[in-house]
Design a binder for this molecule. Structure first.
Ligand SMILES: Nc1ncnc2c1ncn2[C@@H]1O[C@H](COP(=O)(O)OP(=O)(O)OP(=O)(O)O)[C@@H](O)[C@H]1O
Ligand SMILES: Cc1ncc(COP(=O)(O)O)c(N)n1
Length: 268
């Protein structure tokens, strides 16, 4: 029997809320076959990131070769890549294996403030990875970093930023408005190169949003792996993350994770 095959190339979050763990839970929920390439081990919990342990380039390359020499993928997501060297290796391998349906979540800073991408890696992210992306999913601070802007404060500015990021090379840009100040809505914008599509939900008043960006991008990846259109993929991902945040979990004493099974339970 055929099943969509989705791969996450990202960091491990031992606390289970973000990174590889969030991605695999999301793939499972969306009924695709999930695989992982671990770039970095992090020691983190709801209170913050205590340690970052990059894997060797040899280990990362061996994982990618193992998957692409045998199984292959229908869609791929990149998350925490951390260093210039890891970004370059991943870009080389995506090109070597002519990988399609690449979702780049440009992870830079954890909710607690810990850096997840080295400053000197920003250029490689822009020049090596974004041009290969089918879709890139920055939040507002990440969009500002990519474009060298100090703020994005309005929907109009979000539209302009999405257009500028699309010029760097990705086919589609999804600019997430979770960080937009002063709104009681969570509005994400998809720019497809011609038109803007808005995805709007009620903002949920909770601190428990650890891993929302990972989960949202993983849900897009899963839908692309099932050959759904980008609009349909973002639509499902938005509903998926909304349900997951609505039922988010008060686990640990800091910023808790979201509940990945919430959307499935509502569908039943
Ligand atoms: N409080 C909220 N209520 C409803 N939706 C939210 C809320 N916060 C974020 N979202 C939605 O969650 C998704 C992820 O957005 P967000 O801006 O939080 O990403 P992120 O900052 O990259 O996440 P992370 O910090 O986990 O990487 C988007 O669809 C966004 O609109
Ligand atoms: C391994 C890894 N990848 C991504 C994030 C971002 O998630 P958040 O900003 O919600 O902490 C994280 N904390 N850890």
């Amino acid at each position: 029997m055929n099943i969509g095959k989705a791969l996450t190339i990202a960091g491990s979050d031992c606390g289970g809320g973000a990174g590889i763990q969030a991605d695999l839970k999301t793939f499972q929920e969306r009924d695709v076959f999930g695989m992982s390439v671990i770039t970095v081990l992090t020691a983190q919990n709801t209170l913050g990131v205590n340690g970052v342990f990059p894997q060797t380039l040899e280990a990362i390359e061996a994982q990618l070769d193992a998957i692409y020499s045998d199984i292959g993928t229908d869609a791929v997501k990149t998350g925490m890549l951390f260093s210039e060297e890891i970004i370059s290796l991943v870009a080389d391998k995506l090109l070597q294996y002519e990988v399609q349906n690449i979702v780049v979540d440009p992870v830079m800073i954890a909710k607690g403030g810990a850096p997840l991408l080295q400053k000197q890696a920003m250029n490689a992210l822009k020049t090596r990875l974004l041009p290969l992306a089918t879709v890139v999913t920055p939040n507002i601070p990440e969009a500002c970093e990519i474009l060298g802007l100090s703020t994005i404060e309005t929907l109009k500015e979000m539209e302009e930023a999405a257009l500028e990021i699309q010029k760097i090379g990705p086919k589609y840009v999804v600019l997430k408005g979770g960080h937009l100040e002063g709104s009681n809505k969570a509005i994400d914008i998809l720019f497809d190169g011609e038109n803007y599509h808005y995805f709007e939900t009620k903002r949920i008043d909770t601190i428990h949003t650890h891993g929302t960006g990972c989960t949202f991008a993983a849900a897009i990846t899963a839908e692309l792996a099932k050959n759904h259109s980008i609009e349909e993929a973002v639509n499902v991902a938005k509903k998926f993350i909304q349900a997951a945040i609505e039922d988010s979990l008060c686990i640990g004493s800091g910023i808790g994770p979201t509940k990945h099974s919430a959307y499935r339970k509502r569908e039943i």
